[in-house]
Design a protein around this ligand. Sequence first.
Ligand code: ATP
Length: 676
Amino acid sequence: MPPKLTPISIPDFATTQLALLDSELQSELEETHLLLSNSTPTALARAGLAITNLTLSSLRTGLGGKIVVELGLDSAVSGKGGSGKDEGELGEHGIRTGDIVLVSEQPAGSAKKREVKDLEAKGSRGVVTRAQKTGVWVALDNEEDDGVTGSKRLMNQTMTRMQKMKEDEYSSFLRTLFGLSSPSPVGDLDEKIEWIDPSLNDSQKDAIKFALASREAALIHGPPGTGKTHTLIELILQMLKQSLRVLVCGPSNISVDNIVERLAPHKIPIVRLGHPARLLPSVVNHSLDVLTQTSDAAAIVKDVRKEMDMKQASIRKTKSGRERKAIYGDLKELRKEFREREKKCIGTLIGGSKVVLATLHGAGGFQLKDSAFDVVIIDEASQALEAQCWVPLLRASKVVLAGDHLQLPPTIKSLNSKTTKAKIKDTEGVIKGMTLETTLFDRLLKLHGPDIKRMLTTQYRMHEKIMRFPSDQLYESKLIAAEAVKARLLKDLPYEVEETEDTIEPLIFFDTQGGDFPEKSEDEEVKAGKGMMSESKSNEMEAALVKQHVQNLVNAGVKPEDIAVITPYNAQLALMSRSMKEAFPGIELGSVDGFQGREKEAVIVSLVRSNSEKEVGFLGEKRRLNVAMTRPKRSLTVIGDSETLHRGSKFLKSWVEFLEENSDLRYPSVASLNAQ
Ligand SMILES: Nc1ncnc2c1ncn2[C@@H]1O[C@H](COP(=O)(O)OP(=O)(O)OP(=O)(O)O)[C@@H](O)[C@H]1O
């Protein structure tokens, strides 16, 4: 029996989203303001929230006529500071694409202690368009900008459109996605399919068949390491065989590029929308920008461009004012012609591609204005805001979502804000209980029940023992470790690794109970980390223990680049980064949130919390713990205080119990750490 539907009013949904998006924007602006008014640049840099010693590397006009500045490390100061980073690299920082930032001149001498708020008047606000190891790019705001960046504006426009739609405009697709109708019965699941990839496992094949046979919506649930992307590639190729036009989207550039890279070898006509500077070098040749210059369709544009260049050059040679005026007139005409031809060329390229790929935001660009697609596929859907999904979906008639709702949702800043709650309560027509954290994936699962999804069950990452707990607790014990990975240990790495107590055991738990490993609250100035709790915690003794364990692994022969240390707390990350990167070049350190989607041979998780009040804060969140425990392939080492952790959430408590019973349980000695 399908579940009884609880329909959602589309205008109410849109109204709620608009209110939530507005609160989120206010929270972001408030947070930026708070940070700027209470700290010095050095303090912010220490917390990963500012980058100092930058110099202007380049300046150009970007989209919408904005000035985009590229900022790199000042060579006069780079290499100093000894934070273990390579020369010319910015070191650890938490600045990401899309962040609202202030670019300001750095004070020198005694003015260094000046608070950031004093710098604000002189600086310019802007949005980060790209953040790399060696530099950041910022699109500076124009005077009239209100902090609403392109992506937010697009979501607002989309929601406003949905708010105003009349009921007779609702497609059956739209009706299904809001529970006004049930999904149509799924077509023939027994149909014989000729698989392009012979290595697909049964759960992957089932998911593909299901997605092909569904009429309006299908969810592919891919727990960690189960080959979600692998499955989507085959699905796209099968849809092509059925002559369907497919639009493939993801919330981030990297999620889209990942698919372009794997589709490219199949030699099908694909177009990737998006600014070439933001794409992986390996996929740039498929970008629309490059194709408008290199493809056959581009020839007609090229001719005009040549003519324009020639005219431009002739201006310099002409002395007569009248002739110049005439050339300018010609150029104006040519420019018009150029734009028209370019539009046509884009139309031909997009129309000729069976598969178009773009970020959710990119799918809202003018290039797709007149395009129709049979299916929209969204990868990493449980990391995307629902309002963002509607950018491509408003023109779709079927959607396939791939994701894992049991890992972390998109980071929301306004989630627990009192002002948000109050404001939402006061807005007419809002749906109670809806937050931006509720993704489309979550919502459809709740609305239509488990029949709307298929789960991938063979995982190709973790040793069986590492997989056991998440499988039993979150994935109904359905995960199976693939033969090739289920018994892999560090000692079996394809290079020389000694057999030690640390390399023959996939699961190690260092129980720090007893009070010798106390946590510490970071001082005020380091508050408000990204995606972290506002007050960050650290634990020095735990950091020492992590270092000792890494040393043991490295002594046994494990390469530092095969080791990652992750922790839920920014302050702990900052504390460890400093010394570890110098001691073990190549090792990776990250926050749990930042490590989602990644994997490593050996992963050490520093849980930090240890206090007499038995408080665990946001560590109790099972989706965060799930991400932390499912990153390793061959070795998971957990460091934590069982006494404190036992008082945490039910999930945390059962994990600690599991570790106590099933891991190589160790009680670290403080004396040996102090002797280090
Ligand atoms: N049927 C299969 N047979 C063998 N290996 C597979 C199969 N499916 C996936 N894999 C392997 O599993 C690993 C993870 O696959 P993939 O990168 O597609 O997963 P993902 O969905 O991107 O990651 P995650 O599951 O962590 O979200 C890859 O190394 C891939 O080659």
